[in-house]
Design a protein around this ligand. Structure first.
Ligand SMILES: *Cc1c(COP(=O)(O)O)cnc(C)c1O
Length: 476
């Protein structure tokens, strides 16, 4: 990696123009439309109050532009839909399985493919076959389901992401990188490390990428210690696009070539088909090791389904094989990341406080700077997500004190450093005009002369409270 931190921000802003002289415009046109509802302020006020000021509890029908998540919310192409009609629904040996296996081999490079119903199915199997009680699993920042399965198998997760990954102010172009010293330290001191869990891009850091130089070094260090590298490949194609745009020596390589090289430094992957691969449900586990793959196949039969369908219908495997093919196209990625950058750019130039650099799948708003006088106990990010919905019907997600939950021992809130609202962009679903509406609405909320007073939690579930907690408005 040759980009210094000081030149990083300029590099990022000019990326689009340097590489391509044209707009990020989508490489498709629209053939079928799904109507969405424009609600009135009165309707939104009622819907939000009924949902306890929690955007997770809103009915999708009451939402105008849904930026809750990019998971399983992609639009499929006509080629994918045509593939659905070619589903071979044989119990064993479906031809769609072999198509999927061949496609994953060609684009991700791994030898064995074990299909699963979605990403966490793969995480469950991988953790069960590789982790023993007392093991340490280093990773570049945790992800909720990934860490759960590692701990469930008796392992302990240790964060080895670089410090910049936790720093809102840092403009590092590869904030998802592994801190090689931290990794080396874990490998030297832990009793046993079954594998390193490497995510690209890093969701919890805001969709931040890992550089090729970094994964190569991780590979070298792990090889020296005889430890395999397992990739969370959920957004590895988006990661490849960032390498193309930001890392020296890759501008002339295709996304597909970069993806294949990246994966070649790893020994297997877990995959949520609901992200990069452009389907609404599906996933897989890939492994190069024959013995491990055999163990995984033994387990998949028990938890997911036979090793040639793993919880997916034949038509779903066909749609995913075709989705992978489309997802690695440079034109697709240029438009995908371009749209996220477009929204981030509008907000940034309007002076709205967002997390920089803009990540791969979402724009994050810094709620503390929307409401500088609000105490964290009054849930600033939850309040901001509610205010955005009230203003325009745009649905976002809280990533702050509500998501962080309570300390299981003391019962006190965790007080996270970051109090964020995530605007997550589904793939191929919304237009540039929709992004304009989102930016206008967020800007209007930012400039509101009369700030809200915050919220009071009136119902709190025991686990993962952000999904179902209910709130009431403080003040008038
Ligand atoms: C979504 C996600 C998963 C889990 O995949 P599911 O398909 O939701 O089970 C794992 N890792 C990352 C980084 C994800 O974003």
């Amino acid at each position: 990696m040759t980009i210094s931190s000081s030149s990083a921000s300029m590099e990022l802003r000019t990326t689009g123009q340097q590489l391509h002289r044209r707009s990020w415009a989508e490489p498709w046109k629209i053939k079928m439309v799904e109507p969405i509802t424009l609600t009135t302020e009165k309707q939104r006020t009622a819907a939000l109050s009924e949902a306890g000021y929690n955007t997770f509890l809103l009915r999708s029908e009451d939402v105008y532009i849904d930026l809750l998540t990019d998971s399983g919310t992609s639009a499929m192409s006509d080629w994918q839909w045509a593939g659905m009609m070619l589903g071979d629904e044989a119990y064993a040996g479906s031809k769609n399985f072999y198509h999927l296996e061949e496609t994953v081999r060609r684009h991700y490079g791994y030898k064995h493919l074990i299909p699963v119903h979605q990403g966490r199915g793969a995480e469950h199997i991988l953790s069960q076959i590789m982790i023993r009680p007392g093991d340490t699993v280093p990773g570049n920042m945790y992800f909720t389901t990934t860490r759960f399965h590692q701990e469930h198998a008796g392992g302990q997760f240790v964060d080895v992401v670089i410090e910049d990954g936790h720093d809102l102010a840092s403009l590092h172009p590869f904030k998802g990188n592994v801190d090689l010293d931290k990794l080396e330290h874990v490998l030297k001191t832990a009793k046993r490390v079954p594998y390193i869990s490497l995510a690209a891009t890093v969701n919890m850091a805001g969709g931040q990428p890992v550089s090729m130089a970094n994964v190569r070094s991780v590979r070298e260090i792990c090889a020296r210690h005889g430890v395999p590298v397992m990739l969370d490949a959920t957004r590895a194609v988006e990661n490849a696009w960032f390498i193309k745009c930001r890392e020296a020596g890759y501008a002339d390589k295709s996304c597909a070539e970069i993806l294949l090289e990246f994966c070649s430094y790893t020994d297997g992957c877990t995959m949520s088909g609901k992200k990069d691969p452009l389907v609404n449900i599906g996933g897989w586990l890939s492994l190069n090791d024959d013995t491990l793959a055999e163990e995984a196949r033994n387990m998949v039969v028990v938890y997911e389904g036979l090793h040639t369908y793993g919880g997916m219908a034949g038509r779903d495997m066909e749609a995913m094989a075709r989705g992978i093919e489309e997802s690695v196209q440079d034109d697709h990625m240029r438009a995908r990341i371009g749209q996220v950058e477009y929204l981030g750019g509008l907000l940034h130039s309007a002076g709205v406080p967002i997390v920089l650099p803009i990540g791969g799948h979402a724009v994050y708003l810094d709620a503390r700077r929307f409401y500088p006088d609000m105490s964290q106990d009054d849930f600033p990010a939850q309040t901001l997500a509610a205010e955005i919905y009230l203003d325009s019907g745009v649905r976002a997600m809280e990533r702050g004190i509500v998501s962080a939950g309570r300390d299981s021992k003391t019962g006190r809130h965790h007080y996270p450093k970051l109090e964020l609202v995530r605007l997550t962009i589904p793939r191929r679903v919304y237009t540039q005009a929709h992004m304009d509406v989102v930016a206008e609405s967020v800007e209007a909320v930012f400039l509101q002369p009369k700030k809200p007073c915050g919220l009071r939690m009136v119902y709190e579930p025991k686990y993962l409270r952000f999904f179902q907690a209910r709130f009431e408005r403080l003040g008038p």
